[in-house]
Design a protein around this ligand. Structure first.
Ligand code: TXA
Ligand code: MG
Length: 335
């Protein structure tokens, strides 16, 4: 058992513990083995992890995130062999995706074995499984004798974290340890894929593009915005949302509409000239989609924390990762 070095801060007259941030895998392992939560880095976003096979540990995730229990969690592991322990079968097309894209930003919905607690899947028959592509977390997973349930490490509904400091700011007082793996290299959550009656279905757009998936398994169908669909209860219309209102449209027009307010603008490319008084964050001056994905959540946070009243943004071209980025922007703007 790790000796806890407890740090206290006084904030708003409350005394609260703050998380330790470090790269110590054995410390992370020790906390997880003792039913504690640890924030872990992945290539997509940081996750808030607990022993996926232990309902007491998993319950702490819902509590810390203030997440409704109808929203199921993704189970993370380090090898396809391990995945077989939690699922009854893998459809051949999904297996092909797993073999091609794992470790990587892909989550597969697979029929679960009983060993996976119902709390993890919100009572659904399928479990979301993913092998993340981050060396520190893969090493941690291979040293544990259980998989890790991990949603994004943000309070429910808020912007996902892409650095250890993002996690610390929002959940630092609720967890003992944040494993620091640097900046997330993809920046968007995993693409969620499953199979129904032989058809391959994408339930959440994410860091792996539809084009890449279709190159491997042919035409897929996309079923998003399933807020009332129990297959993906977490796909709520409003999500990834800053506290400030977000407006989508032509940013020049939006700037006029909101004149008189302090405006923050999230733009893509160098071709739009905005007023000097507008605080501008450029997702990618060279219109590189990967760069835009990496910057998206950080820049939304920065604008949320800046001295602005509203955030205005224009959608990206609907291609490649632009589709997933636009999905996040629409949910950020939804009320
Ligand atoms: O990239 C990611 O996927 C990150 C990192 C940490 O791995 N995780 C993540 O988890 O984004 P979270 O909890 O923020 O989003 C998980 C979503 C749920 O809201 C739900 O839409 C879907 O995955 N999901 C998980 N398990 C499911 C299941 N059994 N059936 C249907 N949808 C499921
Ligand atoms: Mg999330």
């Amino acid at each position: 058992m790790v000796k806890k070095r407890t740090i206290y801060v006084v904030a708003n007259n409350y005394i609260c513990r703050v998380a330790e941030i470090g790269k110590d895998i054995s410390k992370a392992k020790d906390f997880l083995e003792n039913e504690q939560l640890v924030a872990i880095p992945t290539e997509t976003v940081y996750g808030l992890a607990a022993n996926a096979l232990n309902p007491i540990a998993v319950a702490k995730i819902f509590e810390a995130k203030e997440r409704p229990t109808f929203d199921p969690l993704i189970v993370h592991t380090h090898s396809l062999n391990e995945v077989q322990k939690f699922v009854t079968e893998i459809h051949p097309a999904l297996l092909k995706l797993a073999e091609t894209f794992w470790p990587g930003p892909l989550t597969l919905l697979l029929p679960k074995k009983e060993i996976v607690p119902n709390l993890v899947t919100s009572g659904l028959d399928r479990v979301g499984v993913r092998i993340p592509n981050h060396l520190l977390t893969l090493e941690l997973l291979s040293q544990l004798n259980f998989p890790l349930a991990a949603p994004s490490a943000n309070p429910f509904g808020y912007i996902s974290p892409t650095t250890a400091e993002h996690v610390n700011k929002q959940l630092g007082t609720k967890i003992p340890y944040i494993l620091d793996g640097g900046n997330c290299e993809v920046g968007l959550e995993s693409t969620i894929v499953g199979e129904e009656n032989g058809e391959i279905i994408i339930y959440r757009l994410g860091g792996l593009s539809i084009d890449d998936i279709e190159k491997m398994v042919g035409k897929v169908s996309v079923q998003l915005n399933q807020s009332s669909n129990p297959k993906a209860p977490g796909q709520l219309k409003s999500h990834y949302a800053p506290k400030k209102p977000v407006y989508i449209g032509n940013v020049i027009d939006l700037q006029k509409i909101h004149s008189g307010k302090n405006i923050g603008a999230l733009v893509f490319g160098d071709d739009i000239k905005l007023n000097e008084t507008t605080t501008v964050k450029n997702l990618s001056s060279s219109k590189n989609y990967q760069e835009a994905a990496v910057n998206l959540f950080s820049f939304l946070r920065e604008l949320d924390e800046a001295d602005v009243d509203v955030i205005i943004t224009n959608l990206l071209p609907e291609q490649g990762l632009g589709l997933a980025i636009n999905d996040r922007l629409r949910r950020a703007a939804a009320l």
